[in-house]
Design a protein around this ligand. Structure first.
Ligand code: PMP
Length: 357
């Protein structure tokens, strides 16, 4: 076959990171520690595995394409009408659907950089033009510059809050100013994959803005809700935006297992809060230890920390791997480290100290 899209050659792959099993085998260890994908380390929530097992007894049938029960549960939990909710195969798929629903080839998609690595891939494969606005000196979004980057061709802006991979978060006053400055016909997507880990009261809940005509909020059940393997995310937006997303969605892409697992997880909100508090306490402990090793570590509002190691990022990642800890280097820029259990974090801190001293 002759693939005609030469532009794909220039695209980076979405890197899932090293397999812990492979690394453990290579090092002759019983297991390796994976702190590379921002998962929460405490296993599936109570009741999830059972609910999924029950649901998959019927896998010879298609799932509910309307995702009615789950969308209703989400609408109730987040206090919005059900016609404003759409689900997808992870929030990354929903981000892609939003681009497909808003951008024609050549239309511009604005986002800060560095941010979530899927954004440039989504833009390129959807025919949209990426407009990347450099992060500010503190590794956070420069919202004023992002608003200034809007042109007649801009159809969508992604605001990743907290930002992956730097963990920084925009504050309410900045976001207010930004939304007031952006024209109404540009869709602002607030990607809140890490919302549940936010502790700074000045960092606004994107859902507080979801009544604005041009705001959509993306959430995932992969992180705090512990369902990364089921692939389920959702968005809250104006009904016509949610309807447009439901039009471009791959049919049946919210699987039976994902619908059942998500419903069971949503019944465990107290346990999710408890787990997030553990993660946040560890984030603060790990963050404090790291600031003594690396200058300029930004305060994180997510379940990971960012080490701005520049050219030393890859070398640091290799040094951690040699000690059985998989982290996430971004070559030439920095390293993102997911918060794990206290034992995992101690192993990482020991590796970091050895690597940097
Ligand atoms: N948005 C951000 C900012 C993320 O970091 C991620 C996961 N890495 C996602 C969206 C996608 O998550 P999922 O597709 O698992 O819902």
């Amino acid at each position: 076959v002759r693939l005609t899209r030469a532009d794909l050659d220039a695209l980076p792959n979405y890197v899932p990171g090293r397999s812990p099993a492979d690394l453990a085998r290579e090092l002759g260890l019983p297991e390796a520690i994976k702190l590379a994908s921002n998962e929460v380390p405490y296993g599936p929530l109570p009741g999830v595995v059972e609910a999924v097992a029950e649901a998959v007894a019927g896998v010879h049938r298609y799932p509910d394409m309307g995702v009615v029960a789950l969308r209703q549960a989400l609408a109730e939990r987040y206090g919005v009408d059900v016609d404003r909710v759409a689900t997808g195969c992870g929030s990354v798929a929903l981000a892609e659907h939003l681009v497909r629903a808003t951008c024609l080839p050549g239309d511009e998609l604005v986002y800060s950089w560095r941010s979530f690595e899927a954004y440039p891939i989504i833009a390129a494969t959807s025919g949209a033009t990426s407009v990347q606005v450099p992060n500010d000196a503190g590794h956070g979004h420069d919202l004023a510059a992002m608003a200034a980057a809007v042109t007649d061709r801009t159809r969508m802006i992604l605001v990743c809050n907290p930002n992956n991979p730097t963990g920084t978060a925009v504050r309410r006053a900045e976001l207010d100013r930004f939304l007031d400055a952006v024209p109404d016909d540009v869709l602002v997507v607030i990607d809140e994959a890490y919302r549940e880990f936010v502790t700074d009261p000045e960092v606004p809940d994107g859902l507080d803005y979801a009544d604005r005509p041009n705001v959509a909020v993306l959430r995932t059940l992969s992180k705090a809700w512990g369902l990364a393997g089921l692939r389920i995310g959702f968005l809250v937006a104006q009904p016509q935006v949610a309807a447009a997303v439901r039009k471009v969605v791959t049919p049946f892409s919210t699987s039976m297992a994902a619908q059942a697992g998500a419903l069971a997880a949503l019944a465990q909100a107290d346990e999710v809060r408890r787990r997030c508090a553990l993660v946040v306490a560890e984030r603060e402990r790990v963050g404090e230890a790291l600031t003594k090793l690396v200058p300029g570590v930004p305060a994180s509002q997510a379940n990971f920390v960012w080490l701005p190691l520049g050219d030393r990022a890859v070398e640091f990642g290799k040094a951690c791997e040699s000690r059985g800890v998989i982290v996430r280097p971004f070559p030439g820029d920095g390293v993102r480290v997911t918060i794990g259990t206290p034992t995992e974090n101690d192993a990482f801190l020991a590796a970091a100290e050895a690597a940097l001293s």
